[in-house]
Ligand binder design. Structure first.
Ligand code: SAM
Length: 229
């Protein structure tokens, strides 16, 4: 039986690779091929992805600086029965990226939102880390300012399960210091460059991991998983 055609007036959340370009589903490719518009966090990256799969589609940029304006435009187009694929820079749109607010606006206006699932950095890192998965808490990126970060970590103290964070390479060492201050005995896994050539899982206490990076500069993308005893 052929797959059902895209449903008019729907926003499709299309997950795209977080590194390895093979990590894209047949359904994601069909959705990108058959939709009327691709809304992309970064149109340059979006165009590269489409080109790699020989898909020729109009792209509209939807990033954190224009999302309010773009949401209105997307709502108009959905009202006219368009089918829009939303893609983020990488992974699952709506997880720690501007997609979240667009999705809320689309749902708030009464339109359909449908997931085309696939890669997600959190879901990739957690099971492979070997840390408990039965219960976990994803807190995304911590705030940038030191005081706000400390306050946020304090609120996370009582949260059960493995704590999962996204962090930029520039703040990894700072984060290890903050984790050491809060949970010195914690078992931490740094899941780096997932699905890419230099994929790596580093394990240790926050202090050990900070020491690891005393000798080399942290590079690439990181998911940080913390098991507090
Ligand atoms: N929506 C995406 C997802 O969940 O799949 C995440 C978007 S967020 C703006 C980007 C962050 O995700 C990075 O800073 C990093 O913490 C994490 N990330 C994305 N790709 C990764 C990869 N290949 N390896 C490790 N972490 C990654």
């Amino acid at each position: 039986m052929p797959p059902a055609p895209l449903q008019p007036g729907t926003l499709y959340l299309v997950a795209t690779p977080i590194g390895n370009l093979e990590d894209i589903t047949l359904r994601a490719l069909r959705t990108l091929r058959e939709c009327t518009l691709v809304a992309a966090e970064d149109t340059r990256r979006g165009r590269q992805l489409l080109k790699a799969h020989e898909i020729d589609q109009p792209l509209l940029s939807c990033h954190k600086f224009n999302e309010a304006k773009r949401s209105g435009e997307l709502l108009d187009r959905l009202s006219q029965g368009e089918t829009i694929a939303l893609i983020s820079d990488a992974g699952t749109p709506g997880i720690s990226d501007p997609g979240e607010r667009i999705i809320r606006a689309v749902l708030g206006a009464g339109h359909r939102v449908e997931s085309v699932p696939g890669p997600c950095a959190l879901a990739t890192a957690l099971p492979t880390s070997g840390l408990p998965t039965e219960e976990f808490h994803f807190a995304g990126f911590l705030p940038h300012k030191s005081g706000a970060r400390a306050r946020k970590l304090e609120t996370l103290d009582t949260v059960p399960g493995t704590l999962c964070l996204y962090e930029s390479p520039h703040r990894i060492v700072k984060l290890m210091g903050e984790l050491h201050a809060q949970w010195p005995e914690a078992e931490v896994v740094l899941a780096r460059e997932l699905t890419k050539k230099f994929e790596e899982y580093l394990r240790g206490t926050p202090e050990e991991l900070a020491a690891h990076y005393a000798e080399r500069k942290p590079k690439g993308e990181f998911v940080v998983l913390v098991h507090r005893a």
